[in-house]
Design a binder for this molecule. Structure first.
Ligand code: FE2
Ligand code: FE2
Length: 254
C-alpha cells in the first residue's frame, strides 16, 4: 500500500465512526473495481473513495457553519438539504487537510451527494460506488444495480438518481436543485439513446451511421446546454501531494 494511502486511512480511522470508516473502505474498493472495469486510474479512484466522506466526522450543522467560516459558497437549496453539504466541505478538506490536488478527485468528492449534469468518469464511478458498496444496507433493487454498474455505468447512475429523487419526494425531504438537474440531464441522454436505438432497428445497415451521427449530435446539444455544470474548474495537470505536504492551491470549485 502506498504510504500516502496508509497514513490517510489511519487518520480517517481515528476521525470517523467505525461504521463510516467501514463504508469508506467499501466505497474505496468499489471505486477501484469500477475503475478496472472502465479503464481508469486505480490510485485516483481509490483516493476519491477514501476521502469522499472525510467531512462526515462533523454533523450537518457544524458542516454548514464550517462552510460559512471557510467561505465555501452554498446555494439556498443546499442549505435546505443539509445532508448533501458534506460533499463540498469534503472536497475542501481533501485539498487543504489531506493535500490532494488532483482536480478530478476533488470534483468527484464535491459532487458525490448530488451528481451533476455531464459528469466525468471519476465523478460517475464515485457516485455509483457510494451507493452500491458492499456494506450498504439492503435497499430495493441493490443487487440489480450492483450488476448494472459493471455493465452500463450511465444507466446505473440514472437509476440511482431516479430512485433517490423518488425516495426524497416520497418522504417529503427537500431535494437539492443539482440532483434534479443531473436527473434531467441523464434522462435526456437516455431518451436520445433509446430513440436512436428504435430508429436503428427500423433502418438498414446503410442508414445506421446517419442514426449514430444524429444521436451524437443530439447528445452534443444536451451537453452544450448543461456545459456550465460540467467538469472541474481546475486547469493544472493532475498532481497529488502526500498527506502532510504543503498547501498549494485553492479548491477548484471555489
Ligand atoms: Fe457522502
Ligand atoms: Fe458515502
Amino acid at each position: 500500500m502506498k504510504p500516502e494511502v496508509e497514513s490517510i486511512r489511519k487518520h480517517l480511522k481515528k476521525k470517523l465512526s467505525p461504521s463510516r470508516y467501514e463504508h469508506t473502505l467499501g466505497v474505496s474498493y468499489t471505486c477501484i473495481a469500477l475503475a478496472m472495469r472502465y479503464g481508469c486510474d486505480l490510485e485516483q479512484a481509490e483516493m476519491a473513495g477514501l476521502l469522499h466522506d472525510c467531512a462526515k466526522r462533523y454533523d450537518d450543522t457544524a458542516i454548514i457553519e464550517k462552510c460559512d467560516r471557510l467561505e465555501i459558497p452554498l446555494t439556498e437549496g443546499e442549505r435546505m438539504a443539509p445532508p448533501v453539504v458534506h460533499a463540498k466541505l469534503g472536497a475542501w478538506m481533501a485539498e487543504h487537510k489531506y493535500h490532494i490536488y488532483d482536480p478530478e478527485i476533488l470534483s468527484a468528492i464535491a459532487c458525490h451527494t448530488t451528481g451533476k449534469p455531464d459528469m466525468q468518469m471519476l465523478d460517475k464511478i464515485l457516485y455509483v460506488a457510494d451507493y452500491i458498496e458492499p456494506r450498504r444496507r439492503q435497499i430495493p433493487k441493490l443487487p440489480e444495480l450492483r450488476r448494472l454498474a459493471f455493465i452500463d455505468l450511465d444507466e446505473a447512475l440514472y437509476q440511482i438518481l431516479d430512485g433517490t429523487l423518488s425516495y426524497l419526494k416520497q418522504i417529503g425531504a427537500p431535494v437539492d436543485a443539482m440532483t434534479e438537474k443531473a436527473w434531467q440531464y441523464y434522462r435526456a441522454l437516455r431518451e436520445n439513446a433509446s430513440a436512436a436505438e428504435k430508429r436503428n432497428s427500423r433502418n438498414d445497415e446503410c442508414s445506421k451511421s446517419d442514426t449514430d451521427m444524429s444521436k451524437n449530435h443530439m447528445n452534443d446539444e444536451i451537453k452544450e446546454e448543461y456545459s456550465q455544470y460540467a467538469g472541474c474548474k481546475g486547469t493544472d495537470k493532475t498532481r497529488r501531494k502526500g498527506f502532510g505536504g504543503k498547501k498549494r492551491r485553492r479548491h477548484p470549485n471555489h
